[in-house]
Write a protein that binds this ligand. Sequence first.
Ligand SMILES: NC(=O)c1ccc[n+]([C@@H]2O[C@H](COP(=O)([O-])OP(=O)(O)OC[C@H]3O[C@@H](n4cnc5c(N)ncnc54)[C@H](O)[C@@H]3O)[C@@H](O)[C@H]2O)c1
Length: 358
Amino acid sequence: MSTLNIAIIGTGGITLQNHLPGLALCKDVKVHALCDANPTTLETARQQTGAPVTATKWEDIVKRDDVHALIIATPNAFHPPVAIAAARSGKHVLSEKPLALNAADAHAMADAAEQANVRHMTAFTYRFVPAMRYLKHLVDQGELGRPYHYRSCRLQDWGTRNVGWRQQKKLAGTGEIGDMLSHRIDFAHHLVGPMARLVANLKTLTPVRGGAPNDTDDWVAILAEFQCGASGVLESSKLASGTNESWRSPDRVELNGSEASFSFTTGTWNELQFGKVGGPGLKALPIPREFYTWPGSPRDPGVGDPLVSFRYDQAVEFINAIREQRPCSVTFHDGARMQDVTDAALKSAETRQWVDLA
Ligand SMILES: NC(=O)c1ccc[n+]([C@@H]2O[C@H](COP(=O)([O-])OP(=O)(O)OC[C@H]3O[C@@H](n4cnc5c(N)ncnc54)[C@H](O)[C@@H]3O)[C@@H](O)[C@H]2O)c1
């Protein structure tokens, strides 16, 4: 297979912002087929890519012999049926997060992809932030020591505006927890390992957004115990008034261990804060240049807004994993175990109890 033909299902915001520029970096890759339920959105993407095949129904795309791999970027409810049908037709699949509306469906996606022996990837895009990659490298080298605490805080100001399908449980599954906290739950797994139990609360403070009903959460907090004994505190809000809603609004990850503490904010993508145990306090630790881009990415880190362009390395990793016939760095299993946490958090909030994770 010299040229890889890609199909994209869902050609809205994230496809234009992340997936198309990411694929454009990849050699011998063609955006061959596009699908969107909205013909106007579909036409915009067609004009941008020149893709020869278009459809408004994903069923018309997933089984085509001339499609080798799929990117799924629809509202969350459609990820599982598309991914499972595509995997069963032998297509490699990159799905947006959260993978599904619940953990069972996310695990079914991982099972289908494993059984079909196709590459599978969850779009946990913030794994590609240079500061996150360097932090993971330092943790793996033992610089943190024994992990004591994981902390993450994502604060945005979305006000009370209508957020479309994101405020409908039947399409989104959840609100803030699946939309924003999902990435930070994945960081926690990535840096500290699996959670053992948690207690959580979620709140819908805006039951009406932009004149339409909202049955999803605006705010979530989780208190967690990890299997390694570390504690975790995770919070995410769409209603942190005045914090702005951009990538530069507060997005903090912190780790304290027996040897050191580290923290970073996504906005300062090229720097960690670091302090040694017993030392004078946190100070800036610049990210080495080799962490500016993902291994195998041809991207010039000096081109474009670095807070946007790191996201393009995700498509590069997907394509390289297909070519190299190896697992993607972030699989459906990672997406499914994030969703185990989401389900447990919902159960905890409903029952007002601690919930054990399997
Ligand atoms: N990884 C990230 O950092 C990140 C960032 C933003 C969004 N996302 C995820 O990407 C996905 C899409 O989000 P978005 O912001 O692009 O939303 P969007 O609303 O801008 O785009 C979704 C598109 O899917 C289309 N669509 C709806 N139902 C469809 C169907 N049955 N078949 C085909 N197309 C259909 C819509 O017409 C729309 O154009 C979501 O799962 C979201 O959580 C991930």
